[in-house]
Design a protein around this ligand. Structure first.
Ligand code: PLP
Length: 377
């Protein structure tokens, strides 16, 4: 990536994740260009929209129907509305540290207790019951306490937004069972993890099937598209018009073409092993440099999306343990790294793309080494 002054960066922010195939993937962009030459929006379905939905369903393996949208925020809201319609219940369970978009009913401050924005209708947060994540007993207790009131349970099945924390073995399975037992719609928010941690996202990686799931980011080569996927018995309520989900630009020709071309690339030449190798080597290289320079830099997560911070090396398994890490020090270090040509998020996530190769790996580690050597952390 180059800035206006001509400085180059190895980019691990990837536009917050969508540039999973690298910036401006030529195949995807050509497909979008070719597709929109005849028209862009018809106010009705078109063949590419059907093809995009078919690609998504076959990539996921479990989903039967899809609705395209523009943003993850929107698809989350569609999922919650659908869950309410299907259950006749209002409240939903969500988890500390998980991000589900910027709208009033899901946006919380850093402490996780109140609204995060001026102008936000904080009262809408009362619709959710907020629990610590990775604790199946907390879910069991909340479902017992709020019996018959919970429409949905929504989570990032791997908590990338806060620390890149993986689910404990058996956790997702237990939550799946509890949701089934209590008639609660299980929603995986896979806006980050979908098409990234595996073609089938975290559901495939951990072998647990939700009722509904949201996707975006890595699904469309950087084009603005999101999707809600799910079982037909729920999703058909959109088709009948019983549940409203609308949007002028949803399912545009460009969006659908980008999804088709991206999933075709991800299936014809899967980048997952290459990305895993790069990410694993990068994580190991960063730890080596930390030891060399005697700084408490630590990493955790999966190679396609890992979290870097300062603090003890033991894995963090819960959002609350993030307090033991020095996140502010890392945010300052991310700014130092930018000066050395490594572009990373101040909040710690490193996204790896299919365009990162051995050259980028070597350059990154050299630059981090120089940064630690000359500027420290
Ligand atoms: N859900 C998750 C897990 C996300 O990480 C994000 C965005 O980062 C969203 C939802 C919201 O998606 P968008 O920014 O496309 O509205």
């Amino acid at each position: 990536m180059w800035d206006v002054d001509g400085n180059d960066y190895v980019d691990y922010l990837l536009g917050q994740g969508p540039s999973f195939l690298g910036h401006a993937n030529a195949t995807v962009n050509q497909a979008v260009h070719d597709a929109c030459g005849d028209g862009m929006l018809y106010g009705n379905s078109h063949v590419l929209e059907v093809e995009a939905a078919e690609r998504i369903c076959s990539a996921l393996g479990w989903a039967e129907m899809v609705r395209l949208g523009l943003t993850g925020t929107e698809s989350v809201q569609a999922a919650l509305r659908l869950a309410r319609a299907a259950t006749g219940r209002r409240r939903f369970i969500r988890f500390e540290g998980h991000y589900h978009g910027w709208l009033d009913n899901v946006l919380v401050d850093a402490a996780g207790t109140g609204p995060a924005s001026a102008g936000q209708v904080g009262a809408q947060l009362a619709d959710s019951v907020v629990l610590p994540w990775n604790d199946a007993e907390a879910v069991a207790a909340a479902l017992a306490e709020h019996h018959g009131q919970i429409a949905a349970l929504i989570m990032e099945p791997i908590m990338v937004n806060a620390g890149t924390i993986e689910p404990r073995p058996g956790y997702l399975q237990r939550v799946r069972e509890l949701c089934t037992e209590h008639g609660v719609v299980l929603i995986f928010d896979e806006v980050i993890s979908g098409f990234r941690v595996a073609l089938g996202g975290a559901a495939a990686r951990y072998g647990v099937t939700p009722d509904l799931a949201t996707y975006g980011k890595a699904m469309a080569g950087g084009w603005p598209v999101a999707a809600l996927a799910g079982h037909a018995h729920l999703m058909e309520r959109f088709g009948t018009g019983e549940v409203n989900h609308s949007g002028t630009f949803n399912g545009s020709v460009m969006a659908a073409a980008a999804v088709v071309a991206t999933i075709d690339l991800l299936t014809s030449d899967p980048p997952y092993e290459r990305i895993a190798e790069h990410g694993t080597a990068l994580m190991a290289g960063l730890l080596e440099l930390a030891d060399k320079h005697q700084v408490p830099l630590r990493v955790q997560g999966v190679p396609m999306a890992f979290h870097a911070s300062f603090g003890p090396r033991e894995p963090v398994t819960d959002h609350r343990e993030l307090r033991n890490l020095d996140l502010a020090r890392y945010a300052r270090f991310a700014e130092v790294l930018a000066g050395y040509g490594v572009w990373v998020a101040g909040r710690g996530i490193w996204y790896v793309s299919a365009a990162h190769g051995p050259r980028e790996l070597a350059t990154t580690l050299e630059r981090v080494d120089d940064a630690l050597n000359e500027s420290g952390a």
